[in-house]
Ligand binder design. Structure first.
Ligand code: FE2
Length: 432
């Protein structure tokens, strides 16, 4: 074998091999997991002793903007902190963009991502610039990172597919250039009816081409922004079940409860997935409120309870919309857990799933998981379980991509101490 990770604790849901309640050894050969069992007798060219630490399939970010990332301050900073000023600021930056700068920033971000065990990213790419510079750049980045990172691209008409002249033609060109998914932004079209028409147009195009759909949808505090209803209905009408995602859905935070009680079964029936972006929703939404000030994130636990696949996305890192961020999906899960008040034990595990298995389903990743036959993409965390990983935003002591160790970091947990004892000692033990 090429690699064995010994004494690995597996997360509940990411591992089909969850019959193992004690640590297991994971054997890897030729880029695939070939064995998962306690005390594997075989040896390998390289071995990692996880020593009871959590080993998980990689983090997956289902919603990102790689064309804008790491552009913070160019040409200026978003003063109001609103979505609309961010869109205006991006419009100021677009004419200044060069393909090389786009590629350099995206590759820098991919390095950050890999070091944090983030090995699959769905990135929207703006198609409203007729030069399609960003599309060309990210298609090139996708090709360059393919040996170690799955980058899926969404053709995103930032200024509205109907509102922005030529946007639909640009979107179709982007798809022919290698972009994977059809995007949209119905709440940014001129009217509600234009928004609904944009959803129909884009879903019909996706159905004709056999593509997935992922729309920015209802990123607003307006409870009457109900494009998710049209998205679910069109998905159902066109038989796109399981291939469509609504991103943000923040208006649902402000909707009437009765309406939501009708809406969630429609989303479930259509097999539409949902993506919340906690870091961005908590900072961009509620900006018109005084107090009480709405959180603005969509109804995550309620959608999960309704059987809808819900994931968390990072959305932005150091760009016109968000000045912070680090490519760490545990930071995203941590914020999501707090904003959604998902503090129960099962709920905290569900937040870990929202940055691992759930987005992997949205992207349609092949061979995701920890079982024989799965792709050998794994992260060794400096934590014992998913809850501790979120609580500590635990370090990634080893990242394995396509069967190769691509990043390593020392375990901080082993060097910290409290009163002379290791910091990770259970309180129960400390009292004893
Ligand atoms: Fe976004």
């Amino acid at each position: 074998m090429d690699l064995i990770i010994r004494r690995a604790v597996l997360p509940r849901s990411a591992a089909p091999a969850t019959e193992f309640t004690e640590p297991v050894d994971i054997g890897i050969d030729a880029g695939r997991i070939v064995a998962v069992q306690p005390r594997l007798a075989a040896t390998a060219a390289e071995e990692i002793d996880a020593a009871g630490a959590l080993v998980t399939p990689p983090f997956v970010d289902p919603h990102f903007h790689m064309d804008a990332t790491l552009s913070y301050g160019l040409p200026r900073v978003n003063a109001s902190g609103t979505l609309l000023e961010g869109i205006a600021l991006w419009g100021e930056l677009k004419p200044e963009l060069t393909q090389q700068a786009l590629i350099d920033r995206a590759l820098d971000y991919c390095d950050w991502a890999v070091a944090r065990g983030l090995l699959a990213i769905r990135s929207h790419v703006d198609v409203c610039d007729p030069r399609l510079l960003a599309v060309e750049a990210l298609v090139e980045v996708k090709r360059r990172v393919a040996p170690y990172l799955d980058l899926q691209l969404v053709a995103f008409p930032q200024d509205g597919v109907l509102r922005s002249p030529g946007a639909f033609d640009n979107l179709k060109r982007a798809i022919s250039m290698g972009v994977d998914v059809v995007g949209g932004i119905p709440h940014f079209e001129r009217t509600m009816s234009d928004g609904a028409a944009s959803v129909r147009l884009l879903c019909e195009f996706a159905a004709e081409k056999g593509l997935r759909v992922d729309m920015h949808c209802d990123e607003s505090d307006d409870p009457m922004s109900r494009h998710i209803e049209t998205l679910a209905a069109e998905t159902h009408r066109l038989g796109l079940h399981g291939r469509v995602t609504g991103s943000h859905l923040t208006s649902m935070h402000s909707m009437d409860n009765y309406y939501v009680s009708k809406l969630l079964p429609l989303i479930r029936e259509a097999g539409v997935a949902a993506i919340a972006n906690p870091l961005i929703n908590i900072t961009l939404q509620g900006r018109s409120d005084t107090y009480p000030k709405r959180r603005g994130m969509t109804r995550v636990p309620e959608m999960m309870a309704a059987g809808i696949n819900v994931a968390f996305g990072h959305d932005c890192v150091m760009d016109p919309w968000y000045s912070l961020g680090s490519g760490d999906m545990l930071e995203v899960a941590h914020m999501g857990l707090h904003v959604a008040q998902m503090t129960g034990l099962d709920a905290m595990h569900a937040c870990f799933d929202a940055v691992t298995v759930n987005p992997a389903r949205i992207l349609g990743l092949e061979g995701y998981g920890i079982a024989p036959g799965c792709a050998a993409n794994l992260v060794v965390l400096d934590a014992r379980d998913p809850v501790e990983a979120i609580r500590l935003r635990a370090g990634r002591t080893a990242v394995v991509s396509r069967g190769k160790v691509v990043s390593r970091a020392p375990a901080a947990r082993a060097t910290l101490s409290l009163e002379g004892r290791p910091a990770h000692v259970d309180f129960k033990l400390r009292r004893g």
